[in-house]
Ligand binder design. Structure first.
Ligand code: GRG
Length: 312
């Protein structure tokens, strides 16, 4: 498969996931719902549908494809799990942008949800995206085997919750000195654990979900989980490098919300050059882990490379 073909395939997956999300965010209430308030729905659509790389849906679908699954293969809609994960991701961004968290005005080149609407609406839009995720994941039109559906629901809850993304965000705020002043500086093990929770857990879930949907053997699933963890580490390191570059460009101007706060990153601990080398090593290891799957894993290799090289 050429690079162009691969790019086209990833773009088509992203588009299919967006269509699935748009369908889930329609105005008509479903059984068990009374009405969908227009302002809430508009805020949810704003938080989900505009922009975004759709990396997590791509990871779900491409991992499932390793095992012969595909979109519209007649064995259950694998896009439902992909869309569910994207809902959780988008909710985390909506809430992360709030004044009480990162206080950001722009996300994906557009006003953040609380800027385009208001703070209360943004909080509720995030809440409703989180619950929508579990609605999508529990839909039998997706994974037909109820036992696997329940496992998917449990794993997403754990990846997103207090022992995963939300817990990681809590630790990150603590590291910034939000609760105790001054915050104790973090060591490498603590930084790694925080990052594995805050950003790694959802990426790892993407791969685990793809393996579950593909009925991967225990051995294959465990092997791929390593890929999921490596991609999570690479994502975070690339993000930290982007941050460090942006910070270096604004040295002396740190008077805003980040001024004086500690940064719980490996770049802060080891420096930019060491972090770049580590990022290369992570991608090389991810490729090595995928080697047994041969050409079938080309898209997953491409995703790992893209994550390491992503400009934003
Ligand atoms: C507020 C509950 C809660 C959790 C927040 C993950 C997280 C925890 C916050 C996100 C803040 C942030 C910008 C972290 C950096 C890593 C990250 C998740 C970047 C955005 O992910 P991409 O690059 O975004 O996949 P797109 O827009 O492409 O979907």
């Amino acid at each position: 498969m050429t690079e162009d073909e691969l790019g086209g395939r990833l773009a088509a997956t992203a588009e299919a996931a967006v269509q699935r999300l748009a369908a889930a965010l329609g105005a008509a209430p479903l059984a068990g719902e009374t009405a969908r308030p227009a302002r809430l729905l508009a805020a949810m659509r704003h938080g989900v549908l505009g922009g975004g790389k759709r990396l997590r849906p791509a990871l779900v679908v491409e991992t499932a494809r390793l095992f012969g699954r595909d979109i519209d293969d007649g064995h259950g809609d694998i896009l439902l799990a992909a869309a569910a994960l994207e809902c959780v991701h988008c909710y985390s961004l909506v809430h992360d942008d709030l004044p009480a968290m990162d206080d950001d005005d722009i996300r994906r080149g557009q006003p953040t949800v609380h800027r385009a609407f208001d703070e209360a609406t943004a909080i509720l839009a995030g809440d409703a995206l989180l619950t929508l995720a579990f609605d999508l994941l529990a839909d039998p039109a997706g994974e037909p085997d109820a036992a696997i559906r329940i496992r998917l629901v449990t794993r997403l809850a754990r990846a997103a919750g207090m022992g995963g993304m939300v817990g990681g965000q809590m630790l990150d705020l603590a590291a910034e000195g939000r609760f105790d002043a001054p915050a104790a500086p973090m060591g490498e093990a603590e930084v790694r654990s925080l990052q594995a929770m805050k950003t790694g857990a959802l990426l790892r879930f993407a791969v685990d979900a793809g393996a579950m949907l593909g009925r991967a053997s225990g051995a294959d699933a465990a092997w791929l989980a390593r890929y999921g963890d490596l991609v999570g580490l690479a994502f975070q390191l690339a993000d930290d490098l982007l941050d460090a570059t942006a910070d270096a460009a604004t040295v002396g101007k740190a008077t805003g919300k980040d001024a004086g706060r500690g940064k719980a990153t490996l770049v802060a601990l080891h420096g930019v050059e060491a972090a770049r080398r580590r990022l290369d090593d992570l991608v090389a290891e991810a490729e090595a882990v995928l080697q047994p799957f041969g050409e079938r894993a080309d898209a997953l290799v491409a995703i790992a490379r893209f994550i390491a090289a992503r400009p934003s």
